[in-house]
Design a protein around this ligand. Sequence first.
Ligand code: NI
Length: 170
Amino acid sequence: MVRTILHYPDKRLRERGRPVEVVTAEIQALVDDMAETMYAAPGVGLAATQIGEPLQIFIVDIADAEEPSDLKVFINPEILERSGDIAWQEGCLSFPGVTEEIDRAAKVRVRAQGRDGKTFELEAEGLLAVAIQHEYDHLQGTLMIDHMGPLKKRLTHRKMVKRADEQAST
Ligand code: NI
């Protein structure tokens, strides 16, 4: 089922994800909804907090449109190592129409559980590393606007508030 993606300044985006104790069928159904929602958007990543489910879960798929899908599921993710620097023009499904160049680690090593509940470790670089750090931020209640300088932050906040007001009145 495609879920509604929350847009900034929705306060639920500031909630931290709670750890998932057991990967139950219910959690797997949530992961499947997240995937459907991300592909429908479309986007390259989605965190559970973006659909109002404050749990430690995010998904990423950085495959190009013409490539087969490559869904990666991260439950209870931990970033074990970060190295190098990379700046990437990022977008976010919770900030439609907004992009920002954000400094990230060029490589990360992550440990998480997959949809099957099994623990895995993954080394990522480039776009995958960026997407993982962006989604990991979401689970801490950190949003792309927090990475902006004061002026851009103010402009983005106003733009998003105006957008939310317009949508509420239609
Ligand atoms: Ni995002």
